[in-house]
Design a protein around this ligand. Structure first.
Ligand code: B12
Ligand code: SF4
Length: 440
């Protein structure tokens, strides 16, 4: 069937007959014709995508097959210390992903196949922010479709194009007979240049990722950073007061982000990564040149680094990059509910601040949100589970609203103790130690 043929109207609403219309090769050819640099397909039933299924179903209940698309980014622009150059590349490549995904949906629709293209990144479902706003994890789908593996830096590395790719997914309401095979090797060869280049130490050598450090610095012009900016404006008593909080260049930068798309402050983990067949040659022949020409200009760059007081990132910048200037900001992730607090524990935890802490906390929330949870901090790692598990070192009983107001510094802990909004059974020192692991 050619793409210009008139679709069979009966096929439009019948999921079953669609598999007869589409073959794997048809689908991949459509994606390539629309401009995808690489593509692969995987069934929504693939076990590694279990966590994705409810989110996908909310956006597109009919989704049966996922078409993963890969778009190249150009290496030298991404590597440039000039943020405007790197950002132009990120924005245009991202725009290409969305355009290609949309064109694929057009082609499929014209064949009577229902399909939907979630955004490459933005816009997202922000009504629940800071809970998950993205519809589908493009990285997980691309891995399952055999298009690459996540490296130590947590981005997907394509075997040919390396880390210099952005990803998209088209959700298709048709079964396609194909057993996707994940790549049987990882292109990441653990050189750890990403660990060395990240200005806030977000990527740990053992693969731990400090989400909040990356989010606070790299995404300062995005969601939470924007909220902080608005609050700086709202809380300023005068122009002079505002100027004391936000520099002239930062105000201009906000304008630029609003006008042209928000600027990422780093992405150095991707810039320095030598993995991938197209990328690795020069690194292998002259590692020193790679360091001198690509890594050093980024690590030596004098630039503001956005960190939260009391965070691991703040210590890291001061120790490792003293020539970069620390710019204190409030945390970019803010818990607006008990659910968001518990969901955010894993992404705001600061292993360095936990130190030798080894404690089990039982939380009981009452009032407008009821919940019971166990949080264990041990060996610089945190785990959260539902209900009360094991023997606690500290029991915290809190009215949900008081707890959220306390987290957001709208009410002091002493007042919460006095009103009974928060009650402890165990040493208050353990609550202080807990608080240190989640600077706010
Ligand atoms: C959330 C997100 C982020 C978060 C978390 C990054 C991460 N490691 O997952 C932040 C804001 C920090 C971020 C930063 C960046 N991102 Co981003 N991001 C996403 C998004 C929306 C989902 C990522 C995802 O799948 N997470 C789930 C699992 C698979 O990831 P994970 O690493 O196992 O889990 C970590 C986090 O996600 C977090 N987490 C897990 N669950 C939850 C739940 C909630 C509610 C929250 C808040 C966090 C969270 O904790 C985990 C451990 O730290 C995708 C777009 C999309 N719709 O897929 C782009 C995407 C992953 N980002 C991308 C890029 C390019 C970047 C940046 C380079 C941005 C830039 N230009 O500077 C940096 C790189 C940071 C890094 N080293 O990972 C590309 C990556 C392309 C590739 N080659 O893989 C994607 C795929 C966008 C795209 N369409 O191409 N990103
Ligand atoms: S820079 Fe090195 S360690 Fe980091 S993801 Fe790339 S290959 Fe892996």
């Amino acid at each position: 069937m050619s793409l210009t043929d008139t679709p069979d109207p009966k096929a439009q609403n019948s999921e079953q007959s669609l598999s007869a219309v589409l073959t794997v090769n048809d689908l991949l050819q459509i994606a390539r014709d629309c401009g995808a640099d690489d593509c692969g397909i995987v069934s929504i039933d693939e076990p590694s995508l279990e966590i994705e299924r409810p989110h996908i179903a909310r956006a597109f209940p009919g989704a049966r097959t996922l078409l993963s698309i890969v778009m190249r980014m150009h290496r030298e622009p991404v590597r440039s210390p000039a943020r405007s150059v790197a950002n132009l590349e990120f924005h245009l490549a991202g725009h290409d992903v969305d355009t290609v995904a949309r064109d694929i949906v057009r082609q499929l629709e014209d064949r009577g196949v229902r399909a939907l293209n979630p955004a490459m990144a933005f816009p997202m479902e922000m009504d629940n922010f800071p809970e998950r706003g993205w519809i589908v994890s493009h990285k997980r789908v691309a891995e399952a479709a055999g298009l690459g593996k996540m490296g130590i830096h947590r981005s997907l590395i394509h075997p040919k194009y390396g880390s210099f790719v952005l990803l998209g997914t088209v959700l298709i309401a048709a079964d396609v007979e194909e057993d996707a095979k994940a790549l049987d090797f990882s292109p990441c060869f653990e050189c750890k240049l990403c660990v060395a280049a990240c200005p806030v130490g977000a990527i740990k050598p053992d693969g731990y990722f400090d989400f909040s450090a990356c989010f606070t610095h790299n995404y300062q012009q995005f969601m939470g950073g924007f909220v902080n900016f608005v609050e700086d404006v709202a809380s300023s008593k005068s122009v002079a007061d505002y100027r004391g909080k936000v520099t002239y260049a930062e105000t201009i930068s906000r304008w630029q982000s609003l006008a042209y798309g928000p600027n990422y402050n780093a992405a150095y983990c991707i810039a320095v990564c030598p993995a991938g067949d197209d990328v690795i040659g020069r690194y292998m022949t002259d590692k020193r040149a790679h360091l001198r020409e690509i890594v050093d200009p980024l690590t030596k760059k004098e630039e503001p680094i956005y960190v939260t007081k009391g965070s691991d990132a703040a210590d890291y910048v001061a120790r490792r990059f003293p020539h970069k200037s620390i710019r204190w900001v409030r945390p970019s992730l803010r818990a607006t509910s008990v659910k968001a607090f518990l969901g955010g524990i894993g992404v705001t935890f600061q292993p360095g601040k936990a130190g030798d802490l080894n404690a089990t906390y039982h939380f009981s929330f009452t009032g407008q949100e009821t919940a019971q949870a166990t949080i264990i901090i041990k060996n610089r790692r945190v785990t959260v589970s539902n209900g009360h598990v094991g023997v606690p070192n500290l029991r915290v009983t809190a009215d949900a609203r008081s707890w959220v107001r306390f987290l957001n510094k709208e009410i002091s802990i002493l007042r919460c103790f006095a009103t009974g909004g928060i009650r402890l059974k165990g040493s208050p020192r353990l609550l202080a130690a807990f608080g240190k692991c989640f600077p706010s």
